[in-house]
Design a protein around this ligand. Structure first.
Ligand SMILES: NC(=O)C1=CN([C@@H]2O[C@H](COP(=O)(O)OP(=O)(O)OC[C@H]3O[C@@H](n4cnc5c(N)ncnc54)[C@H](O)[C@@H]3O)[C@@H](O)[C@H]2O)C=CC1
Ligand SMILES: C[N+](C)(C)CC(=O)CC(=O)[O-]
Length: 501
């Protein structure tokens, strides 16, 4: 392969360009943007703010440090050192071709060019290009930063460039689906436009309003489609006899006069007024940005539910998160290791959705921060993806948290970790959480971990490599003062305080 993608350019930063920019940046890629719109920076900034908010809710896995965003004043400046260029200018063939010619003039020979086009075929797009082997359709779905699928239509793309494009798109959390044959509107928009056309007829004929059509979708088949799609759903609908029975029972109906499919109602001013007024009545109480946030929260909840079932977009999210965890050490700052002090391996801040009705970080998030600090400690002593893949791990079997002070949204947090002891099967640690404006002690967490053989779910001795690393830490930590609260149950601490008062 000619090389992996390290930096990106976005030509066009509207609805779709903005979504791509957010996905690139939040996956750690620097992005140069060219968009002549006078408010491009503000518009991209607003999409990015919503994307950051959505990612904070989507995953607790350690994301790469955010890439650098710059706005430039020409296509040349945007693409001259980019490895990947995503074009998202308006859906006009003449404009797109002009933009590709300009990109081709100034980009490196190895630069990949993806087009967001919803409908044009690659052979239409590449007309006049000297290097058509690097252009392909990369058709995403709105919001690009959350929806994983991207239709990749190769045209004359070389196999090497196609592989590089797929690797890059996978690395940024997407599911590249290579379309076997080029066709107007690829796969998804063939389906979506058929549904949309039918919806327009239903409004035109006075059968349903925009809200009624949306309700039929969101309370009904839309819920199914998020997890099984059309054909798997219909297989089940065929009963025990499955797809063959379904086809024989419902197939003939396709020829009944139900659908108007290829006819499009004339988009007269009257029809547009009706649709716009119904849409205002349905959703006008929210701004577009509010609607985006409602949509994003719902999408995140759906993907997380699917993750719990290891299914569809949720299974992909799980895979993406495991890559983020595996890569964490490569982009994390090296841990601070001072022999005379506890380890400083984990820092965070109180996130927007961690705050409860008292305006403070909620109880369960203390455990989350301690859990993340434990993961950082385990990674530090050598429990990496290879160790886990060998069927060994450390499980937390006991925890004692003391909540000492409240802390507000946005406050910085840092954890100090002390090794209190270990043997072949057990590791005992204590975390102290500091933070807030005065960097005060906020909470302590004492944890007992058990080494297990994950294939048998039974305690087992740890590998020598882990014992050696723990021994190195212990050499220093055994001289540090053991906190007075360590090892004491709640009852004992309460009795001590009562005796002292
Ligand atoms: N909106 C959608 O739901 C989807 C759109 N797409 C495709 O994405 C592409 C962009 O669509 P949207 O983002 O919706 O349009 P948009 O109108 O929101 O954004 C287009 C942007 O391109 C900029 N622009 C115009 N001429 C330019 C030039 N010469 N160089 C650089 N930037 C230029 C405009 O200032 C604008 O910010 C189209 O090809 C569309 O088919 C793909 C998936 C979904
Ligand atoms: C309306 N549209 C054809 C531009 C839609 C798409 O291309 C995909 C989407 O996000 O629905």
């Amino acid at each position: 392969m000619t090389g992996t993608v390290k930096s990106a350019a976005a030509i066009g930063g509207g609805v779709i360009g903005g979504g791509w920019i957010a996905r690139f940046l939040l996956n750690g890629y620097d992005v140069k943007v060219f968009d002549p719109h006078p408010q491009a920076e503000r518009l991209v900034g607003e999409v990015l703010a919503n994307a950051e908010r959505a990612y904070r809710k989507l995953t607790l896995a350690p994301m790469a440090p955010k890439g650098k965003l710059s706005f430039v004043s020409s296509i040349e400046e945007a693409v001259c050192d980019a490895d990947y260029v995503q074009e998202s200018v308006p859906e006009r063939l003449d404009l797109k071709r002009k933009v590709y010619a300009e990109i081709e003039r100034h980009a490196k020979e190895s630069t990949l060019i993806g087009s967001s086009t919803s409908g044009f075929k690659p052979t239409e797009l590449i007309e006049g290009l000297a290097t058509p082997e690097r252009l392909f359709v990369a058709h995403p779905f709105n919001p690009v930063y959350l929806l994983p699928v991207v239709e990749v239509v190769p045209g004359q793309t070389s196999p090497d460039n196609l592989d590089r494009a797929k690797s890059f798109l996978t690395a940024i959390g997407m599911k590249p689906l290579v379309v076997r044959k080029e066709i107007d509107a690829h796969i998804a928009d063939r389906l979506l436009e058929a549904v949309w056309r039918e919806g327009l007829w239903l409004i035109h004929d006075g059968v349903a309003t925009t809200e009624e059509i949306d309700d039929v979708i969101r309370f009904g088949f839309g819920l199914r489609w998020a997890q099984m799609g059309l054909f798997e759903t219909y297989r089940i609908a065929g009963g025990e006899a499955g797809m063959r029975h379904f086809m024989s029972q419902f197939g003939p109906a396709l020829k009944w006069p139900w659908t108007k499919l290829m006819d499009v109602p004339d988009l007269t001013d009257d029809l547009i007024d009706i649709i716009a007024a119904q849409s205002d009545a349905q959703s006008g109480k929210h701004s577009i940005r509010e609607l985006e946030r409602i949509r994003d929260d719902n999408l995140v909840a759906i993907m997380q539910a699917l993750k719990g079932n290891d299914w569809g977009a949720g299974a992909l999210l799980k895979e993406y998160e495991s890559t983020l965890y595996a890569n964490a050490h490569s982009h994390a700052r090296p841990p601070t290791v001072d022999p005379g002090k506890p380890l400083a391996l984990h820092a965070d801040r109180v996130r927007e959705d961690w705050v409860d009705y008292n305006g403070h970080m909620t109880e369960s998030r203390y455990l989350q921060v301690f859990g993340d600090a434990t993961d950082a400690f385990l990674h530090f002593i050598g429990m990496n993806k290879h160790y886990l893949a060998s069927g060994r791990s450390l499980y937390t079997v006991e925890t004692h948290i003391r909540h000492l002070r409240e802390v507000k949204m946005g406050a910085p947090l840092r954890v100090e970790t002390l090794l209190l002891g270990f043997d072949q099967k057990r590791v005992r640690i204590v975390h102290e959480l500091y933070g807030g404006p005065q960097d005060e002690l906020l909470a302590t967490g004492e944890h007992m971990l058990l080494h297990v053989d994950t294939t048998k779910s039974a305690a087992s001795p740890m590998d020598l490599s882990l014992s050696i690393k723990l021994g190195e830490v212990w050499k220093h930590h055994r001289h540090l003062e053991v906190p007075a609260y360590a090892g004491k149950p709640v009852r004992e601490i309460m009795m001590e305080s009562a005796a002292a008062s």
